[in-house]
Design a protein around this ligand. Structure first.
Ligand SMILES: CC1=C(CCC(=O)O)c2cc3nc(cc4[nH]c(cc5[nH]c(cc1n2)c(C)c5CCC(=O)O)c(CCC(=O)O)c4C)C(CCC(=O)O)=C3C
Ligand SMILES: [Fe+2]
Length: 382
């Protein structure tokens, strides 16, 4: 379908790729310290933390996310090798081992001077963009490697948010089509089904602050959802009605977050007579805990109780279209860093997002300066 030529297989000026993720616990003893890392200073009620801890214990205290990142790392390495590109891939996480600091140590051991970061969040908001850039800056600061101009050690650039990159979108289309096939196998009626896209909820204040990144977080999802639904409708030859819902809300009940919650949406639509649902978690790139618990456990239970026939489509994971797209994005970023004119491929109505963020891009709260340094932006150290 896509006729966009592959970018030149030259990673110069980069000498390493940082696969930069969230992290998750590997065993029961990791759960509480992991949750402390995630929630430090975020005002999440203890009751919510205990509840989320239980989600992890129900899965033996091990999040699937680390194995999924290792699988993605291996898939990227294989794609690089297949294209004859020699570039080491180093993995680091904000909230668990191997930490960002471990990754920087590994980059130094490799002799890397300029690395490009690939964040495992496809969409732009504080949680999916700036929080990673801050983590990198604070890590360097703690190592004594940050001054007012940025890093004095390994230099970092970032790959643009890729929610509207053809590879990510195509992999989602394939996953949703597999979901429709699974619905049919389950005895559902695909032509009457609702396609419910699901993503992580964020506070309304974070949504408002994400505006500066060229389109808000929810708008990014709506734009790409429309493209995916249209392609699925075309491939299946029937109409596809769709909606966007949210999961994994936390924070105090008084704080507004993006809605509708997926469980509330299912309940409301069941009341209106909807019987068949395909849930597509386009907000996540792998089947980590939010997907395994909030969708496969909780939302599936809701759907079953409502008497619906429901399936959950896969995430992009290591689908070849996604992995090839990531390598294209890396090469595109490299060409940009070399000052070349590059074709930044997108689908939908939104532009390619910036790989060097605007001043005050994606703050945590609308209008409030963060006071925390961030890399890969025009406001280093603000
Ligand atoms: C937008 C977004 C993504 C999607 C993009 C992406 O995929 O990266 C994401 C991913 C993830 N979130 C994760 C886990 C958690 N997120 C939390 C808390 C929060 N997430 C938020 C946003 C997001 N989070 C927000 C606004 C909060 C409130 C606190 C704050 O303002 O920052 C909490 C604290 C308890 C709770 O509140 O649930 C946990 C444990 C895991 C790991 C899963 C695993 O272990 O498999 C992953 C990949
Ligand atoms: Fe989260």
């Amino acid at each position: 379908m896509s006729t966009t030529p592959r970018p030149t297989a030259d990673p110069t000026p980069y000498d390493a790729l940082l696969l930069f993720s969230f992290g998750g616990p590997n065993k029961p003893e990791d759960v509480v310290p992991f949750l402390r890392n995630v929630t430090a200073g975020k005002g999440i009620p203890d009751s919510r933390l205990e509840e989320v801890g239980e989600h992890y214990y129900a899965f033996g205290g091990k999040s699937p996310i680390n194995d999924q990142n290792l699988a993605l790392k291996a898939a990227i390495e294989a794609e690089l090798a297949a294209r004859g590109i020699e570039l080491p891939v180093v993995w680091g996480n904000r909230n668990w081992e191997p930490y960002t600091d471990d990754a920087v140590t590994e980059l130094e051991a490799l002799g890397a001077e300029r690395a490009v970061a690939l964040v495992t969040s496809a969409y732009s908001s504080y949680s999916g963009c700036r929080q990673y850039r801050e983590d990198l800056a604070v890590t360097l600061q703690q190592r004594g490697q940050l001054d007012e101009n940025g890093s004095t050690g390994v230099q970092f650039d970032k790959i643009r948010s890729y929610f509207n990159h053809p590879g990510f979108v195509q992999a989602n289309v394939e996953a949703v089509l597999d979901g429709y096939a699974a619905l049919e196998e389950k005895g559902g009626s695909p032509a009457d089904a609702k396609l419910v896209f699901v993503t992580h909820s964020i506070p309304d204040t974070m949504e408002a602050a994400s505006r500066i990144s060229q389109a808000t977080y929810s708008t990014q999802h709506l734009d790409v959802a429309a493209v995916i639904a249209a392609r699925v409708a075309e491939a299946r030859g029937h109409e596809v009605l769709w909606e966007l819902a949210y999961c994994s809300r936390s924070g105090p009940p008084t704080q507004p977050w993006l809605e509708p919650d997926v469980n509330d949406l299912l309940t409301e639509r069941a009341g209106e007579g909807l019987r068949d649902v395909v849930m597509a978690p386009i907000g996540f790139i792998s089947d980590h805990m939010e997907v395994a618990y909030d969708l496969d456990t909780e939302a599936m239970e809701t759907a079953t109780e409502l008497g619906m026939t429901a399936v959950r489509a896969g995430t992009v994971g290591t689908r070849p279209a996604f992995v090839a797209g990531l390598v294209d994005l890396l090469l595109e970023r490299a060409a940009k860093a070399r000052g070349e004119d590059v074709d930044e491929a997108t689908v939908g109505t939104l532009p390619p997002f910036r790989s060097v963020c605007e001043v005050d891009c994606c703050l945590r709260r609308d209008g409030e300066p963060s006071g925390v340094p961030a890399l890969c932006s025009r406001d280093v150290n603000r």
